[in-house]
Design a binder for this molecule. Structure first.
Ligand code: TRP
Length: 333
Protein backbone atom coordinates (compact mmCIF):
# COMPACT_ATOMS: atom_id res chain seq x y z
CA UNK A 1 0.00 0.00 0.00
CA UNK A 2 1.28 3.40 -0.88
CA UNK A 3 0.75 6.22 1.57
CA UNK A 4 0.00 8.79 -1.13
CA UNK A 5 -3.05 7.07 -2.54
CA UNK A 6 -6.47 8.24 -1.39
CA UNK A 7 -7.98 6.01 1.30
CA UNK A 8 -11.09 4.04 0.57
CA UNK A 9 -13.10 2.28 3.26
CA UNK A 10 -16.01 -0.10 3.03
CA UNK A 11 -17.55 -2.95 4.97
CA UNK A 12 -20.27 -5.55 4.65
CA UNK A 13 -22.23 -7.34 7.30
CA UNK A 14 -21.87 -11.11 7.44
CA UNK A 15 -25.61 -11.59 7.66
CA UNK A 16 -27.85 -13.53 5.32
CA UNK A 17 -26.92 -15.22 2.10
CA UNK A 18 -25.64 -13.11 -0.77
CA UNK A 19 -27.50 -12.90 -4.06
CA UNK A 20 -26.28 -12.18 -7.57
CA UNK A 21 -27.40 -8.60 -6.86
CA UNK A 22 -24.66 -8.36 -4.22
CA UNK A 23 -22.14 -9.65 -6.73
CA UNK A 24 -23.12 -7.01 -9.24
CA UNK A 25 -23.10 -4.27 -6.62
CA UNK A 26 -20.50 -4.11 -3.86
CA UNK A 27 -18.27 -7.05 -4.76
CA UNK A 28 -17.53 -6.06 -8.36
CA UNK A 29 -17.03 -2.47 -7.25
CA UNK A 30 -14.49 -3.33 -4.60
CA UNK A 31 -12.54 -5.35 -7.10
CA UNK A 32 -12.47 -2.52 -9.60
CA UNK A 33 -11.50 0.09 -6.99
CA UNK A 34 -8.70 -1.79 -5.26
CA UNK A 35 -5.98 -0.72 -7.67
CA UNK A 36 -6.54 3.00 -7.47
CA UNK A 37 -6.86 3.45 -3.71
CA UNK A 38 -5.41 2.47 -0.41
CA UNK A 39 -8.29 0.15 0.51
CA UNK A 40 -9.62 -1.09 3.81
CA UNK A 41 -12.38 -3.68 3.53
CA UNK A 42 -13.98 -5.04 6.67
CA UNK A 43 -16.45 -7.73 7.61
CA UNK A 44 -18.72 -5.78 9.94
CA UNK A 45 -19.50 -8.46 12.52
CA UNK A 46 -19.95 -5.84 15.26
CA UNK A 47 -22.70 -4.24 13.23
CA UNK A 48 -24.21 -7.66 12.61
CA UNK A 49 -24.96 -8.34 16.28
CA UNK A 50 -27.28 -5.33 16.52
CA UNK A 51 -29.81 -7.86 15.27
CA UNK A 52 -29.76 -11.24 17.05
CA UNK A 53 -27.48 -13.74 15.30
CA UNK A 54 -26.91 -17.43 15.66
CA UNK A 55 -23.27 -17.59 16.89
CA UNK A 56 -22.21 -20.60 14.83
CA UNK A 57 -23.70 -19.05 11.70
CA UNK A 58 -22.15 -15.66 12.33
CA UNK A 59 -18.74 -17.27 12.73
CA UNK A 60 -19.15 -19.36 9.56
CA UNK A 61 -20.53 -16.50 7.48
CA UNK A 62 -17.65 -14.27 8.46
CA UNK A 63 -15.19 -16.73 7.00
CA UNK A 64 -17.39 -17.44 3.98
CA UNK A 65 -17.58 -13.77 3.18
CA UNK A 66 -13.83 -13.34 3.36
CA UNK A 67 -13.36 -16.36 1.08
CA UNK A 68 -16.00 -15.08 -1.29
CA UNK A 69 -14.40 -11.68 -1.62
CA UNK A 70 -11.04 -13.21 -2.38
CA UNK A 71 -12.66 -15.65 -4.82
CA UNK A 72 -14.28 -12.72 -6.61
CA UNK A 73 -10.96 -10.98 -7.03
CA UNK A 74 -10.35 -8.85 -3.94
CA UNK A 75 -6.59 -9.10 -3.54
CA UNK A 76 -5.50 -9.29 0.11
CA UNK A 77 -2.03 -8.18 -0.91
CA UNK A 78 -3.43 -4.89 -2.13
CA UNK A 79 -6.06 -4.18 0.51
CA UNK A 80 -6.42 -4.62 4.21
CA UNK A 81 -9.11 -7.29 4.38
CA UNK A 82 -10.06 -7.83 8.00
CA UNK A 83 -12.75 -8.54 10.57
CA UNK A 84 -14.06 -5.50 12.43
CA UNK A 85 -13.93 -7.07 15.91
CA UNK A 86 -10.22 -7.89 15.44
CA UNK A 87 -9.35 -4.20 15.55
CA UNK A 88 -10.36 -2.98 19.00
CA UNK A 89 -10.01 0.69 17.99
CA UNK A 90 -13.45 0.52 16.35
CA UNK A 91 -15.25 0.01 19.64
CA UNK A 92 -13.04 2.51 21.41
CA UNK A 93 -13.51 5.32 18.94
CA UNK A 94 -17.22 4.56 18.82
CA UNK A 95 -17.40 5.27 22.54
CA UNK A 96 -15.78 8.67 22.16
CA UNK A 97 -17.92 9.57 19.16
CA UNK A 98 -21.03 8.66 21.13
CA UNK A 99 -20.38 11.73 23.20
CA UNK A 100 -20.50 13.83 20.02
CA UNK A 101 -23.76 12.36 18.79
CA UNK A 102 -27.25 13.29 19.89
CA UNK A 103 -29.94 10.82 20.80
CA UNK A 104 -32.45 12.78 18.76
CA UNK A 105 -30.50 12.50 15.55
CA UNK A 106 -30.06 8.73 16.00
CA UNK A 107 -33.79 8.32 16.62
CA UNK A 108 -34.49 10.01 13.33
CA UNK A 109 -32.29 7.74 11.20
CA UNK A 110 -34.36 5.97 8.55
CA UNK A 111 -32.66 2.61 8.89
CA UNK A 112 -33.01 2.67 12.66
CA UNK A 113 -36.72 3.35 12.35
CA UNK A 114 -37.14 0.54 9.82
CA UNK A 115 -35.17 -1.96 11.85
CA UNK A 116 -36.85 -0.95 15.09
CA UNK A 117 -40.19 -1.65 13.41
CA UNK A 118 -39.01 -5.03 12.13
CA UNK A 119 -37.36 -6.08 15.39
CA UNK A 120 -39.75 -4.50 17.87
CA UNK A 121 -38.85 -7.13 20.48
CA UNK A 122 -35.19 -6.12 20.45
CA UNK A 123 -34.67 -2.39 20.02
CA UNK A 124 -31.29 -2.46 21.72
CA UNK A 125 -28.83 0.38 22.23
CA UNK A 126 -26.51 -1.13 19.62
CA UNK A 127 -29.19 -0.85 16.97
CA UNK A 128 -29.51 2.81 17.70
CA UNK A 129 -25.75 3.25 17.91
CA UNK A 130 -25.15 1.53 14.58
CA UNK A 131 -24.42 4.78 12.69
CA UNK A 132 -21.87 5.91 15.29
CA UNK A 133 -19.98 2.63 15.02
CA UNK A 134 -20.03 3.09 11.27
CA UNK A 135 -18.68 6.63 11.69
CA UNK A 136 -15.90 5.20 13.86
CA UNK A 137 -15.09 2.61 11.16
CA UNK A 138 -14.74 5.28 8.55
CA UNK A 139 -13.03 8.02 10.55
CA UNK A 140 -10.36 5.75 12.08
CA UNK A 141 -8.68 5.40 8.69
CA UNK A 142 -8.70 9.08 7.66
CA UNK A 143 -10.87 7.88 4.81
CA UNK A 144 -11.35 9.92 1.65
CA UNK A 145 -13.99 7.79 -0.01
CA UNK A 146 -16.69 5.42 1.15
CA UNK A 147 -18.22 3.32 -1.63
CA UNK A 148 -21.73 2.40 -0.52
CA UNK A 149 -25.21 1.86 -1.86
CA UNK A 150 -27.72 4.67 -1.69
CA UNK A 151 -29.34 3.05 1.34
CA UNK A 152 -26.25 4.07 3.35
CA UNK A 153 -26.40 7.74 2.38
CA UNK A 154 -27.68 8.96 5.74
CA UNK A 155 -25.01 6.98 7.57
CA UNK A 156 -22.18 8.56 5.61
CA UNK A 157 -23.75 11.99 6.12
CA UNK A 158 -23.81 11.49 9.87
CA UNK A 159 -20.18 10.33 9.82
CA UNK A 160 -19.31 13.60 8.09
CA UNK A 161 -21.29 15.61 10.64
CA UNK A 162 -19.62 13.87 13.57
CA UNK A 163 -16.17 14.39 12.05
CA UNK A 164 -16.83 18.08 11.56
CA UNK A 165 -18.25 18.45 15.03
CA UNK A 166 -15.16 16.88 16.57
CA UNK A 167 -12.80 18.89 14.36
CA UNK A 168 -14.55 22.11 15.34
CA UNK A 169 -14.52 21.27 19.03
CA UNK A 170 -10.74 20.68 18.98
CA UNK A 171 -8.46 21.02 15.98
CA UNK A 172 -8.73 19.16 12.65
CA UNK A 173 -8.40 15.51 13.59
CA UNK A 174 -10.50 13.56 11.13
CA UNK A 175 -10.62 13.74 7.39
CA UNK A 176 -14.20 14.46 6.37
CA UNK A 177 -15.09 11.55 4.06
CA UNK A 178 -17.08 11.61 0.84
CA UNK A 179 -19.55 8.93 -0.14
CA UNK A 180 -19.02 7.24 -3.47
CA UNK A 181 -22.41 6.03 -4.59
CA UNK A 182 -21.77 2.99 -6.60
CA UNK A 183 -23.17 2.57 -10.04
CA UNK A 184 -25.05 -0.61 -9.56
CA UNK A 185 -24.78 -1.38 -13.27
CA UNK A 186 -28.31 -2.57 -13.21
CA UNK A 187 -30.90 -2.98 -10.56
CA UNK A 188 -31.56 -6.66 -10.19
CA UNK A 189 -35.12 -7.60 -9.33
CA UNK A 190 -36.83 -10.65 -7.92
CA UNK A 191 -37.40 -13.33 -10.58
CA UNK A 192 -40.94 -13.99 -9.41
CA UNK A 193 -41.93 -10.46 -8.42
CA UNK A 194 -39.97 -8.22 -10.79
CA UNK A 195 -41.36 -5.07 -9.21
CA UNK A 196 -39.24 -5.78 -6.11
CA UNK A 197 -35.49 -5.66 -5.68
CA UNK A 198 -33.87 -9.10 -5.45
CA UNK A 199 -33.30 -9.59 -1.77
CA UNK A 200 -31.36 -11.97 0.39
CA UNK A 201 -34.35 -12.27 2.69
CA UNK A 202 -37.25 -12.52 0.22
CA UNK A 203 -40.21 -14.62 1.32
CA UNK A 204 -39.91 -16.97 -1.62
CA UNK A 205 -36.26 -18.02 -2.12
CA UNK A 206 -37.05 -19.04 -5.70
CA UNK A 207 -37.16 -15.39 -6.69
CA UNK A 208 -33.57 -14.81 -5.59
CA UNK A 209 -30.45 -16.39 -7.05
CA UNK A 210 -27.85 -16.89 -4.35
CA UNK A 211 -24.14 -16.82 -4.98
CA UNK A 212 -23.86 -20.34 -3.60
CA UNK A 213 -26.71 -21.86 -5.65
CA UNK A 214 -25.52 -24.82 -7.69
CA UNK A 215 -25.97 -25.00 -11.44
CA UNK A 216 -29.23 -26.99 -11.39
CA UNK A 217 -30.77 -24.61 -8.88
CA UNK A 218 -29.75 -21.57 -10.92
CA UNK A 219 -31.19 -23.07 -14.12
CA UNK A 220 -34.40 -24.08 -12.36
CA UNK A 221 -34.91 -20.61 -10.86
CA UNK A 222 -34.45 -18.91 -14.21
CA UNK A 223 -36.71 -21.44 -15.90
CA UNK A 224 -39.49 -20.40 -13.52
CA UNK A 225 -38.83 -16.67 -13.79
CA UNK A 226 -41.89 -14.56 -14.50
CA UNK A 227 -42.12 -13.11 -18.01
CA UNK A 228 -45.25 -11.97 -19.88
CA UNK A 229 -47.52 -13.12 -22.66
CA UNK A 230 -46.11 -11.08 -25.47
CA UNK A 231 -43.27 -13.46 -26.40
CA UNK A 232 -40.75 -10.80 -27.41
CA UNK A 233 -37.36 -10.39 -25.79
CA UNK A 234 -37.30 -6.62 -25.53
CA UNK A 235 -36.03 -4.21 -22.89
CA UNK A 236 -39.02 -2.27 -21.59
CA UNK A 237 -38.94 -2.11 -17.78
CA UNK A 238 -42.29 -0.33 -17.64
CA UNK A 239 -44.36 -2.82 -19.58
CA UNK A 240 -42.13 -5.88 -19.47
CA UNK A 241 -40.49 -5.87 -16.02
CA UNK A 242 -39.76 -9.61 -15.89
CA UNK A 243 -38.15 -9.85 -19.32
CA UNK A 244 -36.23 -6.58 -18.80
CA UNK A 245 -34.83 -7.84 -15.50
CA UNK A 246 -33.63 -11.03 -17.20
CA UNK A 247 -32.04 -8.94 -19.94
CA UNK A 248 -30.24 -6.81 -17.34
CA UNK A 249 -28.90 -9.90 -15.62
CA UNK A 250 -27.82 -11.40 -18.94
CA UNK A 251 -26.18 -8.14 -19.93
CA UNK A 252 -24.14 -7.88 -16.71
CA UNK A 253 -23.11 -11.52 -16.61
CA UNK A 254 -22.20 -11.74 -20.29
CA UNK A 255 -20.65 -8.26 -20.28
CA UNK A 256 -22.74 -7.28 -23.30
CA UNK A 257 -24.84 -4.17 -23.74
CA UNK A 258 -28.62 -4.40 -23.45
CA UNK A 259 -28.91 -3.86 -27.21
CA UNK A 260 -26.49 -6.74 -27.88
CA UNK A 261 -28.40 -8.86 -25.41
CA UNK A 262 -31.68 -8.13 -27.19
CA UNK A 263 -30.06 -8.96 -30.51
CA UNK A 264 -28.91 -12.35 -29.17
CA UNK A 265 -32.57 -13.31 -28.65
CA UNK A 266 -34.29 -11.68 -31.58
CA UNK A 267 -36.99 -14.03 -32.82
CA UNK A 268 -36.31 -16.56 -30.06
CA UNK A 269 -38.79 -17.87 -27.50
CA UNK A 270 -38.79 -17.24 -23.76
CA UNK A 271 -37.83 -20.85 -23.01
CA UNK A 272 -34.57 -20.55 -24.88
CA UNK A 273 -33.99 -17.05 -23.49
CA UNK A 274 -34.41 -18.08 -19.85
CA UNK A 275 -32.15 -21.08 -20.30
CA UNK A 276 -29.45 -18.84 -21.80
CA UNK A 277 -29.68 -16.36 -18.92
CA UNK A 278 -29.45 -19.22 -16.42
CA UNK A 279 -26.44 -20.65 -18.20
CA UNK A 280 -24.49 -17.43 -18.35
CA UNK A 281 -25.08 -16.89 -14.61
CA UNK A 282 -24.24 -20.48 -13.67
CA UNK A 283 -21.08 -20.36 -15.80
CA UNK A 284 -19.91 -17.23 -14.03
CA UNK A 285 -20.69 -18.53 -10.54
CA UNK A 286 -19.06 -21.95 -10.93
CA UNK A 287 -15.40 -20.84 -10.82
CA UNK A 288 -16.12 -18.41 -7.97
CA UNK A 289 -17.77 -21.17 -5.95
CA UNK A 290 -14.89 -23.55 -6.66
CA UNK A 291 -12.36 -20.96 -5.55
CA UNK A 292 -14.37 -20.09 -2.44
CA UNK A 293 -14.58 -23.77 -1.47
CA UNK A 294 -10.84 -24.16 -1.99
CA UNK A 295 -10.13 -21.15 0.21
CA UNK A 296 -12.52 -22.32 2.93
CA UNK A 297 -10.66 -25.62 3.05
CA UNK A 298 -7.46 -23.71 3.80
CA UNK A 299 -8.26 -22.03 7.06
CA UNK A 300 -4.61 -21.34 7.82
CA UNK A 301 -4.38 -19.22 4.71
CA UNK A 302 -7.57 -17.30 5.53
CA UNK A 303 -6.46 -16.75 9.11
CA UNK A 304 -3.16 -15.45 7.81
CA UNK A 305 -4.93 -13.02 5.50
CA UNK A 306 -7.12 -11.78 8.34
CA UNK A 307 -4.22 -11.44 10.71
CA UNK A 308 -2.21 -9.39 8.23
CA UNK A 309 -5.30 -7.34 7.40
CA UNK A 310 -6.02 -6.60 11.05
CA UNK A 311 -2.40 -5.58 11.63
CA UNK A 312 -2.44 -3.19 8.69
CA UNK A 313 -5.74 -1.76 9.87
CA UNK A 314 -4.74 -1.51 13.53
CA UNK A 315 -1.59 0.39 12.63
CA UNK A 316 -3.54 3.15 10.97
CA UNK A 317 -6.48 3.03 13.37
CA UNK A 318 -4.15 3.22 16.36
CA UNK A 319 -2.61 6.45 15.11
CA UNK A 320 -5.99 8.14 14.81
CA UNK A 321 -7.27 6.86 18.15
CA UNK A 322 -4.18 8.04 19.95
CA UNK A 323 -4.64 11.54 18.47
CA UNK A 324 -8.25 11.52 19.60
CA UNK A 325 -7.39 10.41 23.13
CA UNK A 326 -4.83 13.17 23.37
CA UNK A 327 -7.26 15.85 22.23
CA UNK A 328 -10.05 14.87 24.55
CA UNK A 329 -7.73 14.78 27.54
CA UNK A 330 -7.32 11.07 28.27
CA UNK A 331 -4.21 10.72 30.39
CA UNK A 332 -1.66 8.69 28.43
CA UNK A 333 1.32 6.89 29.92
N1 TRP B 1 -23.77 -0.48 7.22
C1 TRP B 1 -23.15 -1.00 6.04
C2 TRP B 1 -24.15 -1.85 5.27
O1 TRP B 1 -24.96 -2.49 5.86
C3 TRP B 1 -21.93 -1.81 6.38
C4 TRP B 1 -20.86 -0.97 6.98
C5 TRP B 1 -20.41 -1.01 8.26
C6 TRP B 1 -20.11 0.02 6.31
N2 TRP B 1 -19.43 -0.12 8.44
C7 TRP B 1 -19.22 0.54 7.27
C8 TRP B 1 -20.11 0.51 5.00
C9 TRP B 1 -18.33 1.57 6.95
C10 TRP B 1 -19.22 1.54 4.67
C11 TRP B 1 -18.35 2.06 5.65
O2 TRP B 1 -24.07 -1.89 4.07
Amino acid sequence: MEENKAVLYSAVQPTNKLTIGNYIGPIKNWVSLQNGYDCFFAVANMHAITVRQNPAELRQRTLELVALYIACGVDPEKCALYVQSHVHEHAELCWVLNTFTYVGEMERMTQFKDKAARHADNINMGLMDYPVLMAADILLYQTDLVPVGLDQRQHVEIARDIAQRFNNAYTPTFKVPEALYMKVGAKICDLLEPAKKMSKSAENPNGSVFLNDDRDTVLRKFKRAVTDSDAQVKFDPENKPGVSNLLSIYSVFSEKSIAEAEADFAGKGYGEFKLAVGEVVADKLAPIQREQAKLLADKDYLNGVLKAGAEKAAFRAGKTLSKVYKKIGFYQI
